[in-house]
Design a protein around this ligand. Structure first.
Ligand SMILES: C[S@@+](CC[C@H](N)C(=O)[O-])C[C@H]1O[C@@H](n2cnc3c(N)ncnc32)[C@H](O)[C@@H]1O
Length: 205
């Protein structure tokens, strides 16, 4: 891993993911997690303060980056729910099949190398009918924005920890076999090529 990825990127990810709009999204979705919860791509732990201790029986949070997990560890003591933090990839989850009630994924799918594999793994570990709470940025609906997103992604991902601007989140969830119980797509503030978001609840079949 390069010096950029180890030293600069954790700082940039923390800064980018702390905007007021994103914190509001966390506040809206994370408290809906209940039972045995798995968060994939926990990053620096910005969701951790938002879990509701009266609903969560266990919280497991994974990320492949030791640098980001170290920051998450520092934040873990601030929340009401103490997580078990594991270094792992969403594409090979160290959990039994059908053992998770709720999965949480915020601004993670964009950076996972094999998103179809990660979604398949999520469906494997979720109980039948279990829910995935998601907030992701991805492919916009406007053709001109899509052109920018596709053109910029090869360069952008080199400096952003593998983040893709052009992931068609709705279609990826559906192709993986999730049922979209609730989904909102919107063009948020900021540059159109990073600001198109998908948020809601997907159910494993
Ligand atoms: C933009 S950050 C978002 C962090 C966090 N989810 C948040 O909302 O603040 C993208 C995250 O995806 C993680 N990631 C990348 N590849 C992954 C994989 N294969 N499995 C799980 N997480 C991954 C990165 O390490 C990073 O923490």
């Amino acid at each position: 891993m390069s010096l950029w990825d180890r030293k600069v990127l954790p700082f940039l990810i923390e800064k980018a993911c702390r905007s007021g709009v994103i914190l509001e999204e966390r506040r809206r979705h994370v408290p809906r997690a209940a039972g045995r919860v798995l968060e994939i791509g926990v990053g620096t732990g910005l969701n951790l303060p938002f879990y509701d201790a009266s609903k969560v029986s266990e919280l497991i949070a994974i990320d492949p980056s030791p640098e980001l997990l170290e920051r998450a560890r520092a934040r873990a003591s601030q929340g009401a729910v103490r997580p078990t933090l594991l270094q792992a990839s969403a594409t090979a989850l160290p959990l039994d099949s059908g053992s998770v009630d709720t999965a949480v994924m915020t601004y993670t799918l964009c950076s996972v190398d094999r998103p179809e594999l990660a979604l398949r793994e999520l469906r494997r570990v979720l109980k039948p009918g279990g829910k995935l709470l998601f907030v992701e940025h991805g492919l916009a609906r406007s053709p001109s924005t899509q052109r920018w997103q596709r053109a910029l992604t090869p360069v952008w991902k080199k400096f952003s920890g593998g983040c893709h601007l052009d992931r068609p989140v709705r279609e990826q969830l559906e192709e993986a076999g999730f049922f979209l119980e609730e989904i909102e797509e919107k063009q948020g503030d900021g540059p159109s090529w990073t600001g198109y978001t998908y948020e809601g609840i997907a159910r494993s079949g």
